[in-house]
Design a protein around this ligand. Structure first.
Ligand code: MP5
Length: 229
């Protein structure tokens, strides 16, 4: 049955806060989604070294996302603590996936350390979670997760055959992950409702920074960018 949307509902839906953020970030999002890392993962031409660089750095990123979520939980209103705690459980499972995949690919995580980009991104997440409001930290969480959903959906939609890295592609395109990101968007919209223009501007600025770091993360992996000295 066709849902009858009243004009007011239609307008508020079109103007939802997460949609506004995505519209503002569109040029950066376009650069993320057309990054060669994703195109070459999709068509199978990505070099093993490049993919392994990403795997090591993303393992560290996901590992350090856990304390980021921990700080968010410490500031969250009570009703948002359980779903965020569930997200921590998911991240621990994801770390297990990384360890299995690394093992199968002959990669050791012993002695690994963060590239400048991974380090800066994590420091940015932690500084925001500690120093800013819950709403602002939550905005970053949405940006981080939405970027991965859209990036890996792009890979999946372009791949013609099974990838050696299929487990990662499937992880961030799963129904469960799509539902999680949809929940983040909905929750963000609710959190933004009633916030001042200044608060919303801060949230927008943080979202755009997350998007830029997401682009830099693919760049770092594709170019093997590490500390120059
Ligand atoms: C995510 C990630 C997705 N693993 N790495 C980067 C650089 N950005 C986003 O986060 P999660 O929590 O692993 O789904």
């Amino acid at each position: 049955m066709k849902k009858i949307v009243s004009p007011a509902e239609g307008i508020s839906h079109r103007n939802s806060f997460h949609e506004h953020l995505l519209a503002t970030a569109r040029p950066i999002w376009g650069a993320i989604l057309s990054h060669p890392f994703l195109a070459s993962t999709a068509d199978g031409t990505i070099s093993e070294d490049v993919f392994k660089t990403w795997m090591v750095q993303d393992y560290l990123f996901v590992r350090e996302e856990i304390p980021f979520l921990g700080v968010l939980i410490s500031k969250a209103p009570p009703h948002l603590r359980p779903p965020l705690a569930d997200a921590v459980v998911t991240l621990n499972r994801e770390l297990e996936l990384f360890r299995e995949q690394a093992n199968a690919a002959g990669i050791s995580f012993d002695g690994i350390s963060m590239s400048p980009t991974c380090h800066a991104y994590i420091q940015f997440l932690m500084a925001t979670a500690y120093g800013r409001s819950f709403e602002q930290g939550f905005t970053l969480l949405y940006g981080v997760e939405k970027a991965y959903l859209d990036s890996w959906v792009r890979v999946k939609s372009r791949q013609r055959s099974r990838s050696p890295w299929q487990a990662f592609i499937d992880n961030w395109t799963s129904d469960a992950f799509q539902d999680y990101v949809a929940w983040l968007a909905e929750t963000l919209d609710a959190l933004a409702t009633g916030k001042s223009e200044a608060d919303r501007a801060n949230m927008e600025e943080l979202f755009l920074l997350a998007a830029r770091y997401e682009y830099l993360f693919w760049e770092m992996a594709a170019r093997g960018k590490t500390w120059p000295v």
